[in-house]
Design a protein around this ligand. Structure first.
Ligand SMILES: Nc1ncnc2c1ncn2[C@@H]1O[C@H](COP(=O)(O)OP(=O)(O)O)[C@@H](O)[C@H]1O
Ligand SMILES: C[C@@](O)(CCOP(=O)(O)O)CC(=O)O
Ligand SMILES: [Mg+2]
Length: 328
């Protein structure tokens, strides 16, 4: 068996706008998805995903047929659950040119699903890395990131950036603008995450922003304004000015909220963090529900979040400089 892990991430700045060519700065955090892969000779794909919100399930289906997996849940839930793994396996088959190859895939993850912490990218990166290695090919980090990006691009129907997947493959803080992906120097950041226990549908939320952007010039301007916030944020980060980073995160949240991707619980958590004198707070990832990220070197934000109705879990997250890890 080959086993790889890859980290989740928070966005300091720039989600959604990055889909339209603005820069974004995500940072990898020490919460990982681990994917084990073993080649099968019968061409079938068997996925064991313990941490999926379907309470864990095992599906088994053919490599080239579309037999419905044997699991008792609705079709839409099933598609949402399996699509990133399926698409990652397609990338593995494409890299190796073996369209018929089957696999046993086992996934364990510390990253809540659909919550803005990049579980999809971490699963895609780890699955492609372990899958290609199972067939004797070890991808360079850049190619791995590009293949994982194609997974997100396919599932999100052409509306995806390279930000999550590049960040997960390489680790650390990164800057992504179109196909220009690079690592950034970052000071250690006092990251606190608030999680409302919910999730958002990345594809739908991205489509919503795209619609607004097409309908209203001011929505397109809002997307561009996020790009300006990101550029200022990069300078603040390079200067180690965390107060300015926090102010810009607050601004970024306001712009995301204007684009309709926040929610009552995300706003409640952002305001709890601000009331606790966090340096800044914003939603992270696609939004709709899920997580906020705040900067606070004191314990105040974590405490305030733990008493906030709508916040199910508050925790500190350490940045990680390590992207994909080859464990076996
Ligand atoms: N532990 C896991 N096992 C299997 N699939 C997973 C797992 N974690 C995430 N995924 C896939 O990623 C999807 C969630 O990705 P997405 O909606 O982009 O949210 P996010 O990346 O913010 O967590 C899930 O529906 C599932 O397809
Ligand atoms: C909204 C977006 O910018 C980030 C999505 O992040 P997540 O999947 O919610 O963790 C989409 C993308 O960059 O592909
Ligand atoms: Mg995702």
């Amino acid at each position: 068996m080959t086993l790889s892990s890859a980290p989740g991430k928070v966005y300091l700045f720039g989600e959604h706008a990055v889909v339209y060519g603005e820069p974004a700065v995500p940072c990898a955090i020490e919460r990982r998805a681990r994917v084990g892969v073993e080649r099968r000779d019968d061409g079938r794909l068997r996925v064991h995903a313990e941490d999926l919100s379907l309470d864990g399930f095992t599906v088994e289906y053919g490599a080239t047929t579309d037999d419905r997996p044997d699991v008792n849940v609705s079709e839409s839930l099933l598609t949402a659950a399996t699509q990133y793994v399926d698409s990652a396996i397609e990338q593995v088959r494409d890299v190796t040119g073996d369209d018929e190859v089957g696999f046993d895939v086992t996934i364990e993850s510390d990253i809540p699903l659909g919550a803005g912490l990049g579980s999809s990218a971490a699963v895609a990166v780890a699955a492609i890395d372990a899958g290609t290695r199972a067939l004797g090919t070890t991808l360079e980090p850049d190619e791995l990131a590009e293949r994982a990006y194609r997974t997100e691009y396919d599932v999100q129907e052409g509306q995806a950036s390279r930000a999550d997947t590049f960040c997960s493959a390489t680790g650390g803080a990164v800057r992504v603008e179109g196909d220009d992906c690079r690592s950034l120097e970052s000071p250690d950041l006092p990251i606190v995450i608030g999680f409302d226990g919910g999730a958002g549908d990345t594809g739908e939320l991205v489509a919503g922003v795209r619609g607004l952007r097409e309908q209203y010039e001011f929505a397109a301007d809002t997307v561009e304004a996020i790009g300006d916030v990101v550029r200022n944020g990069e300078d603040a980060l390079a200067a180690g000015d965390l107060e300015e980073v926090g102010r810009l995160m607050n601004f970024n949240h306001g712009l995301l909220s204007a684009l309709g991707v926040s929610s009552r619980s995300l706003d409640a958590m952002v305001w709890a963090a601000r009331d606790a004198d966090a340096l800044g707070a914003k939603l992270t990832g696609a939004g709709g529900g899920g997580c906020i990220v705040a900067l606070d070197p004191t314990p105040e934000t974590e405490t305030a979040l733990s008493f906030t109705p709508g916040c199910e879990n508050a925790f500190r997250a350490a940045l990680t400089g390590e992207g994909v890890k080859r464990l076996e």
